[in-house]
Design a protein around this ligand. Structure first.
Ligand code: ADP
Length: 407
């Protein structure tokens, strides 16, 4: 492995900052955040890790961007490079995004040796994501032993689901012995936008019943009742639920046996296809990216059109189904790259929700609710729909500040 010797910008800041680390299966994102203002003073992304194309991109508050090739860099090696680039900043604490907290973690925790060991035991249920999370936690604790490290879990927000919402109708021993149940993911995003929607509606989260739709490459909906998640569309893994960039979402599990017998595919092959080659990509045959699909749809590409239609219909169906967890709906909140930016997707989805009597304000929808605190329905619509940009890093920084040891 080549040692990286990148010429990265190194600014000096005297503000106490929170370093947020988000270590995924093939990428590593970081941000230095001022938790009160939400200002990001320095951030970056190392992606395509372990491949010849691995690249580190960083951005300073002034907008200066730099990229550096880091061929074949591992998570650990890219962390070394990132840590070197942070040497002139005054870091107060480190917040880690952790994908899976199983049933052990109902909320964010300060990472001590016991918490680190407990996070490691969640590896069996998240074999793809937990190991990179752990690499980052171990490297950061070693590099900054004097700082408080906090784990913020994607699953924790959904630990308030009642048993009838998280239990699958399979032999109960599967749950007792193997912890097979719905966990739900994107909890940090659903929680952030629910809080932000409450702020915009001048209400307390405890007084609201919301449906939140996080629509990025991964996608999920959540029913947030009085500030707590009470149902969500992702399940034991992030594969369940909505149509996503490359994931199928809901599907009949008998397809495994059928494709094994008919096409000779192994369990591993079907699993890989359902996670990486299905969803918008599999349907369209063109792209997993909604922007591309909307362009192709406009040109009349039939499978791109079908992909967008299936995406919107499934989303509407899940929003309707998830509403069973609420007494009423104060607002539907759209977020994530697609939810924040793709007005045709929001329009089509709300059209499918005609049973809720949503009246779209087309001008506001096209401008993503600009000037109306994110509102995209008319002021007299029976259903309120909002666009609220997510900010998972800020929520992690705030959780970290909340749990920080006083200096
Ligand atoms: P991730 O889950 O990887 O964080 P994002 O939240 O960035 O993903 O969402 C990525 C998705 O958002 C892609 O499908 C992309 O096409 C879509 N997207 C981003 N900007 C737009 C836009 N202006 N119009 C339509 N879709 C958009």
């Amino acid at each position: 492995m080549r040692t990286q010797n990148c010429d990265l910008p190194q600014a000096t800041s005297h503000l106490p900052l929170i370093l947020v680390l988000n270590s995924g299966s093939s990428s590593l994102k970081f941000a230095l955040i001022q938790p009160d203002s939400g200002e990001i003073v320095f951030s970056g992304l190392a992606d395509r890790l372990t491949t010849a194309e691995a690249l580190l991109q960083v951005k300073s508050a002034g907008g200066t961007r730099k990229t550096a090739p880091i061929p074949f860099a591992t998570h650990a090696a890219s962390l070394d490079t990132i840590f070197r680039s942070l040497k002139d900043f005054q870091i107060a604490a480190v917040g880690h995004r952790v994908v899976h907290g199983g049933e052990k973690f109902r909320e964010s925790v300060v990472i001590d040796d016991a918490a680190e060991a407990a996070i490691a035991t969640c590896m069996t249920i998240a074999p793809l994501h937990a190991p990179p999370n752990l690499v980052a936690i171990r490297a950061a604790r070693k590099k900054f032993p004097q700082l408080t490290h906090v784990a913020v879990f994607d699953t924790a927000f959904h630990q308030s689901l009642p048993p009838y919402a998280y239990t699958y109708a399979v032999p109960y021993e599967w749950y007792e012995q193997h912890k097979v149940r719905k966990y739900g993911f994107h909890g940090t995003s659903h929680r952030y936008v629910a809080q932000e929607a409450a702020r915009r509606l001048a209400s307390a989260p405890e007084n609201l019943q919301l449906l939140t739709a996080h629509l990025g490459n991964g996608a999920s909906v959540c029913a947030v009742r009085n500030g707590k998640s009470v149902d969500t569309s992702m399940g034991f893994t992030p594969l369940e639920g909505l149509v996503m960039g490359t994931r199928s979402g809901d599907m009949d599990p008998n397809v495994f046996l059928f494709l094994h017998q008919q096409a000779g595919l192994s369990l591993m092959e079907v699993t890989e296809i359902l996670n990486k080659k299905s969803g918008l990509l599999g349907l369209s045959g063109v792209s997993n990216d909604m922007r591309t699909l909307l362009v192709e749809k406009a040109k009349g590409h039939p499978r791109a059109s079908l992909a967008v239609e299936v995406f919107c219909y499934r989303l509407a169906k899940h929003l309707l189904g998830t509403a069973a967890a609420l007494d009423h709906i104060d607002a539907i909140v759209f977020t994530g790259g697609i939810g924040e930016n793709s007005w045709p997707v929001r329009q089509r989805t709300l059209e499918h929700l005609r049973i809720f009597h949503a009246t779209i304000d087309h001008e506001l929808n096209r401008s993503h609710g600009a000037g109306a605190a994110g509102r995209i329905t008319t002021s007299d619509s029976q259903l309120l729909a909002l666009v609220v940009p997510t900010n998972e890093e800020l929520l992690i920084a705030r959780e970290t500040t909340r749990l920080m040891k006083p200096c």
